[in-house]
Design a protein around this ligand. Structure first.
Ligand SMILES: [Zn+2]
Length: 332
């Protein structure tokens, strides 16, 4: 009974944290024994020379800690001992999950929606610019609520959207009359079907990376492109905040890419990294969240200030950007 109460209190605290951005102590939960994925070698280069970088805390759902490991040969970083596909679901459960919410209350939420609007314009514009197509065939993999996918459809593209979450697919069907497919349907897609595949902050969540890259290669047309946005663990904010960097986001983020390691992932699967674009807004949000993870007072103000410094850094050097959009093309 005592434990149950504790858990309830814990849930309540996290609810307040997520909704109000406030600070809560979180070391009180008990670890539940569950199947985990342990890497005894580097998933990218297969070297045995892997070592712990540091431990990170799950600030979103459970307060549990997970180790981030790094390969000393190729410097690829990954979360060690992550819950397997069946178990990870509960780490996504939190009372409010902003990227799936459409409410318009609160300053943080309003800002978030404004930035989302600007980014949507940037993303659709980018697809057009890179392909020089007025309309084509696009797959948005990990489509969330389908915001970007619907925007591409509106612009005349033939759109397929794949999304893992049953809830998000149902919402899309009911609210927007827009059908999204479950992840199992990826293998049903015909070879060389798409001109573009987009993955907006999705690759870091994919359990079987090798399979994902192989599928990308298979379903893309020979002249097609993959547009992949992920956090950059060599960014200004990542280096500043270390284990408190909010985009480590363990255990949901399984992989912690840098421009160099994602290029190597692409090359391993016959892709060439063609272009890189910064995501100048991400650093503000990630810095504020990182300050909150650290337990700083005035974390929003401090986060905004450091976000601004990060913004300056990425304006000078692309590799300092909190998140980066990578464009890959099939090697021929
Ligand atoms: Zn390696």
């Amino acid at each position: 009974m005592q434990n149950f109460k504790k858990q309830e209190q814990f849930r309540h605290n996290w609810y307040i944290f997520v909704t109000n951005y406030g600070r809560v102590r979180s070391n009180e939960t008990e670890k539940i024994i569950m199947p985990v994925i342990n890497h005894d070698k580097c998933p990218l280069c297969q070297s045995n020379a892997i070592k712990k970088r540091f431990a990170c805390t799950d600030h979103f759902a459970t307060g549990e800690t997970f180790d981030v490991y790094e390969c000393t040969d190729c410097h690829f970083a990954f979360t060690q001992n992550v819950p397997d596909e069946k178990e990870i679901g509960r780490y996504y459960e939190s009372p409010t999950y902003i990227s799936h919410s459409n409410t318009n209350k609160g300053i943080t939420n309003r800002l978030y929606h404004l930035v989302r609007k600007i980014m949507l314009k940037n993303k659709t514009g980018l697809v057009k610019r890179l392909t020089l197509l007025k309309n084509g065939k696009i797959l948005d993999y990990g489509a969330g609520t389908g915001h970007f996918a619907r925007a591409m459809k509106k612009r005349g593209w033939e759109v397929t959207a794949i999304e893992k979450s049953d809830k998000a697919r149902e919402l899309s069907r009911k609210e927007f009359d827009f059908e999204m497919l479950p992840v199992e349907s990826l293998s049903d897609i015909k070879d060389r079907e798409f001109d573009v595949v987009t993955m907006w902050h999705v690759m870091e969540h994919i359990q079987n990376l090798d399979n994902m890259w192989d599928e990308l290669y298979r379903i893309l047309d020979d002249t097609g492109i993959a547009i992949i946005a992920v956090p950059n663990s060599k960014s200004y904010d990542a280096q500043r905040y270390g284990e408190h960097w909010a985009a480590y986001d363990v255990p949901r983020h399984l992989w912690h890419f840098t421009p160099n390691t994602i290029m190597r992932w692409g090359e391993k699967h016959n892709f060439l990294l063609e272009r890189q674009f910064t995501m100048p807004f991400d650093g503000f949000y990630i810095s504020a969240l990182s300050e909150s993870n650290k337990g700083s007072r005035l974390h929003t103000i401090k986060g905004f200030w450091n976000g601004f410094k990060g913004w300056l850094a990425q304006a000078k050097r692309r590799g300092a950007s909190s998140s980066i959009i990578y464009v890959f093309r099939k090697r021929r």
